[in-house]
Design a protein around this ligand. Structure first.
Ligand SMILES: [Zn+2]
Length: 119
């Protein structure tokens, strides 16, 4: 179990995860701007504890992906990706006991060339 919180602490979640098996950054237009290092769990393993009403939701392009951030401190907390809305991606920088500067083996997700944009 990992505890996630935004910068101001109004939003809190618990994540049912033991090992971070997938650590990634993404080069899509929004992630490029956020620069966050992320991991993923199933939606049911991302449990909002407090402050759901403080979240803002941002959607763009096909409006399928849901990008959440704290409306008070502006920090990206989590999102549901368009490629798999049953998963929650979350900001490893929001987890107190993880130093994102010590993480190794960070994969780059090629969101810039999204599979659902190819036809
Ligand atoms: Zn906040």
């Amino acid at each position: 179990m990992k505890k996630l919180k935004c910068h101001c602490g109004q939003f809190k979640a618990e994540i049912r995860i033991d090992n971070l098996d997938k650590i990634l950054r993404c080069n899509c237009s929004i992630c490029k701007r956020k620069g966050a290092i992320m991991s993923m769990v199933k939606n049911e393993d991302f449990i909002i504890v407090e402050g759901e009403d403080k979240l803002s939701l941002y959607k763009f392009h096909t409006k399928v992906a849901k990008h959440y951030f704290c409306s008070i401190c502006g920090i990206y907390t989590h999102h549901n990706p368009r490629s798999n809305p049953s998963m929650t991606g979350f900001n490893l920088g929001c987890i107190e006991d993880i130093d994102t500067f010590e993480l190794e083996d960070i994969k780059i997700n090629d969101g810039k060339n999204h599979p659902l944009d190819k036809n």
